[in-house]
Structure formats: C-alpha cells, structure tokens
Ligand binder design. Structure first.
Ligand code: ATP
Ligand code: MG
Length: 415
C-alpha cells in the first residue's frame, strides 16, 4: 500500500446516532446531508463515512477553522476536531504527534489512542506508551499526567489510516435535523419560545415558525423581532418558513364578548387552531410552545389542559420543567436573548386583562366560546397569514455573532 501523505481533515464524532441499530444508516444520511449543507459554501471538503465517525478531507481548503465552527451547530454532532490524516506506521504516527504539539505550551500531556480495529499490531496502551516516550524524548521539560493533562493528543487508528489531533470542540449533540419530522413552533418575541424551537431542532425536527402580531393595532416591532429570531435559528437548520398571522382583529372580537379572566386562554386556543391549520399545510405533525409550568397565568396546569383540549395535533412543550434562569442561560448561549429583550409590545400585551384566570375549566371555556364565531375567526387568521422564507448561509455571512443575512421573500399563503 502506498504511504499516506499527511493531510488536513476534520473528524466528526456523533453519539446518539451510534446507539441506533437498524436505523443508523438513515440518521447518518441526514447528518451527512446537513454537514454538506452547513459547510458547502466554505470550500471543497470531500465527506467520507468511516466506522463510527465522519471524515472531511480539507486538503486545499481555505478555512478549516470556519468548517469547525459551522459543524459546532450541526445537530447530531457530538464533537469535532481539526486533525491530520496519516499512515498507521509508528514513524508516521510519531511525526504526526510531533506536528500536533509543535508550538503548544504545556507542562503535562497525555496520549489517548483508540484502535477502531483490533488487528493493529499494538494495543492502545502500547501506542500511548510509544508515542508518550517520543514526546518525552523531544520535550524533556514536560511530564505525563493521565488525569489532568494540560494537553491531550488523540490518535485514532483505523484500517489503513490514522487521525491525530490535540484539540476538539463540542457540538450540540442530539439528532440530525430532518430525521424527526417537521413541527410548527409558536414563536412570540419573548425569551422562551425561540429556546423551545431550538430544543426541538436538536431532537431532529425541522421547525416552521408561526408568529401572531397585532398590526395595525400595535407597531410592527414584534414582526421584526420574529424575523430576527428566525434568522438566528436558521443558522441551525439552514432553511426556515415563518408565517406572520394578523391577530389584532381577532383579539378585538374576543374582547367584545369574553370576560377578562378567560381572555388569555381563549387567545391561546385561537392561536392553536390557526397554527394547526398552517402546520398541516407544511406537513408538521406537532405544535411547539415555550410554556414552562406555572410561569404565567396561561401556563397553569388547568389552563394548559384547556388549551390542549382544542388541539388535534400534539402540543410539545420542551421547556415545561425548566425554570426561567435555565431558559435564559440557554437563550444567551443561542444569541437569541439579545433579540428577545428588545422592548416591544407583544400581541398578548394588547387587550390583556389585569387578572387572568389561573383555573379555567372546559365548561367555562365552552360557554364563552359559544358567543364567538370561531370558524370565522380561524379563517381570518389563516387567510391573513403571510409567509416568508429564510436561508442560511446566504452569501457566507459571519458566524455566529453577527445576525445572518437572510434572504427573505414575501408571499401570500396559498390556499
Ligand atoms: P415567551 O417568552 O416564549 O413569549 P412567555 O413566558 O412570555 O413565553 P406567554 O406569553 O404566556 O409566555 O406565551 C406562552 C407561549 O405561547 C409562548 O412560548 C409561545 O409559544 C406562544 N405565544 C405567545 N404569544 C405568541 C405570539 N404572539 N405568537 C406566537 N406564539 C405566541
Ligand atoms: Mg410572551
């Protein structure tokens, strides 16, 4: 076999996918497709599926660091390393380790070798010892520390090739987007719902977004925030659809005949009915909200039960057991927090009662809804909905701190 010329690559490990048995090839197909989509505009990178990991050949690639950063946002990826691909001969491994530690300052180190095939003549421990001794010979000032090393050099030995690297970064984990089907997230301009949507992406769902606004009763700030949030979240799923639903007129009708304590629950039940119609058009199999139990009046168990009773699709609430501090920390990490806290008057601040009821019953809800023409209100929301699309990367915008440049095209929702 011809010796391998050392070359740069990225090694992508996944975790949960490797626990799948019969379905693993299907999940890997989604992951490969998403990886290609995430880095396609950065330069040539041949993708090779190896045993238990994916290798991206970065020979001649202009920006391996950007590849690593993008892969940090691909759901399903457990970790990523920029590595050197080399031969499995001990001399080749030693030379690769030398290059991996060149320029690194450290007082302690360890070698962590793994063999993906057991016919390699040395065991992992023997590889560690041989390469460790090589480093000690080169750098007599450092020592081996197996428990708390400042530098860890990893060596992955596969049949016919090996990968050597000293740094790896964490990916989001979870499952590849698309593998879990499509859901429709009710996206307000608040802190919680973008986090809820993201958590479903991490579980493999493609998310379409539905935002209810009160233009012309309120300024269009909430729509602007929804667009910015969708733009930010599109960095994780590369293409998004956002439905902007006019809700002010519907709220006005509700206010005319529903007593104040029941209004929030009735608003939510209307939102669910409208979102469900839009969800079905997109093939979404569930709705997602940012509810967290007990956070506000609409999120008591009684009221959630009244809201769920009107839904035919399941309503998923990934934040239900999280407290506000946990959700906020997640929003900050996602960079949605700074968008969410921009001041705005959400549609639910319009016509909102001072003392919403916290223990609505289905009988009360049915009684007040009897005074409304529900099908007409639902049709008003559905027919008035405007759809926008978002793409990432659109012209390789900065990643992640600057908001992506989203291509946004407006079109009426087709009937
Ligand atoms: P958030 O921070 O997500 O707005 P919240 O704590 O303010 O949540 P509520 O205002 O009671 O709670 O909203 C509960 C959920 O209802 C939201 O997480 C969201 O999924 C949905 N929702 C509320 N208002 C809207 C809206 N204007 N458009 C779309 N969905 C909404
Ligand atoms: Mg809100």
């Amino acid at each position: 076999m011809a010796p391998i010329t050392p070359s740069p690559c990225a090694i992508v490990h996944y975790h949960e996918i490797s626990l799948k048995r019969g379905n693993r090839p299907l999940f890997l197909r989604y992951l490969q497709q998403n990886i290609r989509r995430a880095i396609g505009d950065l330069g040539p990178a041949r993708l090779v599926q190896l045993s238990g990991r994916i290798m991206l050949d970065l020979t001649g690639h202009p920006d391996p660091a950007a590849v690593r950063d993008r892969l940090g946002r691909v759901a399903g990826v457990a970790n990523i390393a920029l590595a050197e691909r080399t031969g499995v001969q001990m001399d080749a491994l030693k030379a690769a380790v030398e290059r991996a530690i060149a320029g690194c300052t450290f007082r302690s180190f360890r070698i962590t070798a793994r063999r993906a095939f057991k016919t390699f003549p040395l065991t992992s421990v023997e590889i560690n010892r041989a390469l460790g001794a090589h480093v000690l010979a080169l750098r007599p000032d450092v020592r081996v520390d197996l428990y708390d090393a400042e530098l860890e050099v990893r060596v992955e030995v596969l049949p016919g090739e090996a990968f050597v690297y000293s740094e790896r970064s964490a990916g989001p984990g979870g499952l590849p987007i698309g593998s879990g089907g499509t859901v429709a997230a009710l996206l307000s301009g608040g802190i919680d719902s973008p986090v809820a949507a993201w958590r479903m992406m991490k579980r493999g769902c493609r998310v379409v977004f539905v935002h209810f606004h009160s233009v012309p009763y309120l300024p269009d700030t909430s729509q602007h925030k929804a667009r910015q949030l969708v733009g930010r979240l599109t960095q994780w799923q590369y293409a998004s659809r956002l439905f902007l639903v006019p809700f002010g007129e519907i709220q006005r009708e509700i206010v005319l005949s529903v007593p104040p304590p029941a209004r929030i629950t009735i608003y939510r039940r209307l939102m669910v009915r409208i979102a469900e119609r839009l969800a079905r058009r997109c093939g979404a199999l569930a709705l997602v909200t940012g509810d967290s139990l007990g956070q506000v009046a609409s999120q008591t168990l009684h009221n959630l039960a009244c809201i769920d009773a009107v839904a035919a699709l399941p309503i998923l609430r990934p934040l239900i057991g999280m407290d506000k501090l946990e959700i906020t920390a997640q929003a900050e990490a996602l960079h949605t927090f700074e968008i969410s806290i921009e001041p705005d008057a959400d549609c639910c601040t319009l016509f909102v009662p001072r003392h919403p009821g916290t223990r609505m019953s289905l009988e009360e809800v049915a009684a007040v809804e009897g005074r409304l023409d529900i099908p007409a209100l639902v049709a008003m929301g559905v027919d008035g909905a405007v759809e926008e699309s978002f793409d990432f990367p659109a012209g390789a915008g900065a990643f992640p701190p600057r908001a992506p440049r989203s291509r946004s095209r407006e079109k009426r929702v087709p009937e």
